[in-house]
Design a protein around this ligand. Structure first.
Ligand code: ATP
Length: 320
């Protein structure tokens, strides 16, 4: 293998730059050339690609977002779009591809491999941390810390005004951010898509808390489980408490990546190059029990990542 391509695709996540940097430098270390593909599969189709060198990834490890930019590409889901992308594979002499993104991006990589035989390796990059088979995906740690930072600030006002706050966080299909940030932020209740919730039970807990002198309450809601606004309205109707709602939205996704995200992203990017050089394809790299591993892409598609029930139980116990 003489030349590989690297792209970031799907939603951006802090730490993607560290992964790109690791891919480029690890490849160059092994004498392999790297073509950077801008704007995910859109750039792949349009030939928006460029040769990267050691300097191309200088001064980016601490930056959020992705210097390669990212996109969602409708055209790549069509055979015609992928045919255009393949013409660029030939034009640029790419012999292997590293795709940093979520499971949608991996599906695209798999389809492309099946059609054109290009070896592909996925690197999990999504703040939701919902990719099956890996304990960790790039950006999750920074996102959780962003949410905890927001909860800390909201808590000041919640205490001062003796109010109930509902904080809606990201997580369309998974409650990993809500659960970890809720536990770290000392939330009273955490509402996640994986577990049905009973608003009356949540309200009873709030009422019990007020009875024993609690000054404030914070409820975390993952966007995929319920709308924060609806939850706030219901709490207000049932308890009569003045309830404020904050929707954190894209604030969660940006910002300086944490050291954990930088180090893990570097490990994963480096591993992806190794996996390609060893001649594998249709793999994804990941982290299991603090070890960097790789496994079949199918495992991502065929499984759903389970929530950590120990964390869930603990969050319930600690917020009685
Ligand atoms: P996030 O977790 O942030 O949503 P993602 O990688 O899952 O990231 P998607 O929008 O689902 O984001 O996928 C990114 C891109 O991958 C899509 O815009 C599309 O171009 C490509 N893709 C997804 N599924 C397929 C598929 N079945 N066939 C071909 N391409 C696909």
């Amino acid at each position: 293998m003489q030349r590989i391509g690297v792209m970031t695709s799907g939603g951006d996540s802090p730490g993607m730059n560290a992964a790109v940097r690791a891919v480029v430098r690890k490849a160059i270390f092994h004498g392999i050339e790297v073509i950077g593909i801008n704007r995910g599969y859109n750039g792949f189709i349009e030939g928006d690609m460029w040769p990267m060198n050691l300097g191309s990834v200088a001064d980016i490890i601490h930056r959020g977002g992705t210097v390669l930019h990212t996109a969602r590409s409708e055209e790549f889901t069509t055979p015609e779009g992928r045919a255009k992308a393949y013409s660029n594979v030939e034009r640029f002499g790419i012999q292997g591809l590293v795709v940093i993104g979520g499971d949608g991006s991996f599906k695209g990589a798999k389809v492309f491999h099946d059609e054109y035989g290009l070896p592909v390796v996925g690197v999990p990059g999504t703040i939701d941390n919902d990719i099956a088979g890996t304990d960790y995906s790039i950006g999750f740690d920074t996102a959780v810390n962003n949410v905890v930072d927001a909860i800390n600030k909201i808590r000041d006002t919640a205490t001062s005004h003796e109010r109930t706050f509902v904080v809606e966080v990201m997580g369309r299909h998974a409650g990993f951010i809500a659960l970890k940030a809720g536990l770290a932020g000392g939330a009273e209740s955490i509402i996640i898509p994986e577990k049905p919730f009973d608003i009356k039970e949540i309200c009873n807990k709030l009422l019990r808390g007020v009875k024993r002198g609690k000054l404030h309450s914070i409820i975390i809601v993952a966007e995929g489980a319920a709308s924060g606004l609806d939850v706030g309205k219901d709490i207000n109707e049932i308890t009569g408490f003045d309830t404020k709602v904050t929707i954190l939205g894209h604030l969660q996704r940006g910002g300086i990546p944490t050291a954990t995200d930088r180090v893990n992203a570097s490990l994963l990017g480096s591993k992806a190059v190794e996996v390609l050089l060893e001649g594998h394809t249709n793999k994804v790299v990941g982290n299991r029990n603090s070890k960097t591993i790789f496994y079949d892409l199918e495992e991502v598609f065929d499984n759903k990542k389970e929530l950590n029930t120990e964390l869930m139980e603990l969050a319930n116990i600690l917020s009685i």
